[in-house]
Design a protein around this ligand. Structure first.
Ligand SMILES: Nc1nc2c(ncn2[C@@H]2O[C@H](COP(=O)(O)OP(=O)(O)OP(=O)(O)O)[C@@H](O)[C@H]2O)c(=O)[nH]1
Ligand SMILES: [Mg+2]
Length: 313
């Protein structure tokens, strides 16, 4: 099949709400190249149907997938379609659980109102990989009512995920130690809502008190909500959804600021991607020059920009 026809067919399938079309588009985008550009441009330009994008971030094993499974059930019961983007943890600290994710969310395998895909965390900035970010645009074009992004929120820039979701929730669990879960710069600051999962554990109350007291310095209206859940038993899920909605409503005031931050992040990653694609050899050469001590990274970058300018003329 001819390449241009292929993307055309895929777009048509997405327009018709065909999930196989969406799956095909994701693969094409993952493969990169011309198809990626065509599909992402299409997705970006498409006037989006109102979609709520919820980020579920938290340490490995916090119960994110279990919670998402229950959130899906609740959203479906309310008549909403749901797309899930699970960014596979590849961090050695968590051990990873991508097969587990599929098992835990497998209750929805046969539901055509649900679409779940796992994405590798390659090029993973701030817990949302390049592939997952691209998929988010495709999911939006497809028109899910709710899109949930599961991520462990690690990377060079932990705050990045918050730019791509409307409501960023941080899942904490009792007894895991605050240091590991919360003090990592950026993650906690960008959370717009906190979920204390595994509230069946005895330390749950202490964690809640600790969180509440740490928010005590904030004005009441800026204190992020805290919801307690026992995801494995479906407890607190309705409350979590109600709170997500309240936060989403509040976040609308910041939608424009978020959009600008997102455009900025998008431009940065897109420029970086293109530079690598087109000037890979030169960048490799610069790396060598810096490694050998012939150039500083700043001199090398300057040289590269001069080279690009020269190529243009
Ligand atoms: N006691 C208790 N266990 C829970 C609860 N929610 C989830 N679990 C269990 O915690 C384990 C991890 O759950 P997952 O949903 O895979 O956690 P996750 O955060 O998605 O993990 P990663 O994807 O590896 O980061 C599973 O064995 C769940 O059954 C809860 O509320 N209470
Ligand atoms: Mg998981």
């Amino acid at each position: 099949m001819n390449k241009t026809i292929d993307t055309g067919v895929v777009i048509e399938m997405i327009e018709r709400g065909n999930r196989r079309g969406l799956a095909r588009a994701i693969t094409l985008v993952e493969n990169g190249g011309e198809e990626k550009e065509v599909l992402l441009d299409y997705a970006y330009k498409k006037v989006p149907t109102p979609t709520l994008v919820v980020g579920i971030t938290g340490a490995g094993g916090a119960g994110k997938s279990t919670l998402i499974d229950k959130l899906i059930a609740e959203y479906r019961a309310n008549g909403n379609t749901v797309g899930v983007i699970a960014v596979d943890p590849s961090s050695p600290f968590t051990g990873g659980a991508f097969l587990g994710d599929r098992v835990r969310m497998s209750n929805h395998n046969t539901d055509i109102g649900v679409f779940i895909r796992s994405f590798g965390s390659r090029n993973c900035l701030g817990g949302i990989s390049e592939a997952a970010k691209s998929a988010l645009y495709l999911y939006k074009a497809f028109g899910f009512d709710v899109i949930i992004v599961e991520s462990i929120g690690v990377g060079q820039d932990e705050t990045e995920i918050s730019r791509f979701v409307d409501v960023n929730t941080l899942v904490l669990v009792p007894g895991l130690g605050d240091a590991m879960q919360m003090t990592k710069a950026g993650v906690r600051e960008t959370a717009e809502m906190f979920i204390i999962n595994k509230s069946d554990k005895p330390e749950a109350e202490i964690l809640k008190e600790h969180l509440e007291s740490s928010f005590g310095i904030l004005p009441i209206e800026s204190r992020p909500p805290i919801v307690s859940t026992i995801a494995s038993d479906g407890i607190g899920v309705k409350e979590a959804i109600a709170e997500i909605e309240r936060v989403a409503e509040k976040q609308k005031y910041f939608a424009d600021t978020k959009r600008r931050a997102r455009i900025w992040a998008e431009l940065n990653s897109s420029i970086w991607y293109l530079l690598h694609l087109k000037f890979q050899d030169s960048i490799k050469d610069m790396e060598e020059q810096v490694y050998l001590g012939h150039l500083t990274p700043f001199e090398a970058s300057k040289k590269l920009v001069e080279y690009i300018n020269y190529k243009k003329d």
